[in-house]
Design a protein around this ligand. Structure first.
Ligand SMILES: C[S@@+](CC[C@H](N)C(=O)[O-])C[C@H]1O[C@@H](n2cnc3c(N)ncnc32)[C@H](O)[C@@H]1O
Length: 160
C-alpha cells in the first residue's frame, strides 16, 4: 500500500516536471518567433537599414519608427541645423526626442547632394534612401524648377 502511494506520488511529480518543461519550451519558441517578426510599412521594413534625408519636422521618420516599434534601423537627417529645425517646426523637438528614445540616429546639416563626403554616412550601406517632397528652399522663386531639378538629380547621384 505504501509502495503504491510512493509510486503514485513519483508519477505525479514526473508529470508536473514534464509539463513545466513543455511550458518553458513553448515560451522559448514564442520568444524566438517574436524576435524574428519583420514589420512592414509600405515599402519599408524593420530589417531594412533606412536613411531619410531632408526630413522637415521628423514626423515621417517617427511614423516609420512607430510602425516598426523601434528605430534602431533608421538614420533620420535634416539639411537644417538642430536650432533651425526647432525654430521652423513646433513639433520637431518632441518628434526628435521620441526618435532618440526609440533608438534612431539623428544627423543635422546633411546635404542630400553631398552624402558621400559625410563622415558618418559614407561608411554605411542602406537598403532604402528616402527624400520625400524634395524642395530647394525659398531663395529666388518658390517654383524655381531648375534648382529643384538640380537637387533631385544631385541627390540621385549622391551615393555613386
Ligand atoms: C517641402 S520640405 C519636405 C520635408 C519632408 N521631407 C516632408 O516630406 O515633410 C523640403 C525639405 O527638403 C530639404 N532640402 C532642400 N534641399 C536639400 C538638400 N540639398 N539636402 C537635404 N535636404 C534638402 C529642406 O530643408 C526641407 O526640409
Amino acid at each position: 500500500m505504501r509502495n503504491q502511494y510512493q509510486r503514485e506520488t513519483k508519477r505525479k511529480k514526473l508529470n508536473e516536471r514534464r509539463k513545466k518543461m513543455m511550458r518553458r519550451r513553448r515560451e522559448e519558441e514564442e520568444e524566438e518567433e517574436e524576435e524574428i517578426t519583420v514589420k512592414w510599412a509600405k515599402h519599408y521594413s524593420s530589417i531594412h537599414q533606412i536613411l531619410i534625408v531632408g526630413d522637415g519636422d521628423f514626423s515621417f521618420s517617427l511614423s516609420l519608427a512607430y510602425a516598426f516599434g523601434s528605430a534602431f534601423n533608421i538614420v533620420a537627417t535634416s539639411k537644417d541645423s538642430y536650432v533651425s529645425v526647432l525654430k521652423k517646426y513646433k513639433r520637431a523637438k518632441s518628434n526628435l526626442q521620441c526618435l532618440k528614445e526609440l533608438g534612431a540616429t539623428i544627423l543635422h546639416g546633411v546635404d542630400a547632394t553631398k552624402m558621400k563626403y559625410h563622415t558618418e554616412l559614407r561608411m554605411q550601406k542602406f537598403d532604402r534612401i528616402v527624400f520625400n517632397f524634395p524642395h530647394a528652399g525659398f531663395k529666388g522663386k518658390e517654383d524655381n524648377m531648375r534648382v529643384m531639378k538640380y537637387v533631385v538629380v544631385a541627390f540621385s547621384l549622391a551615393y555613386y
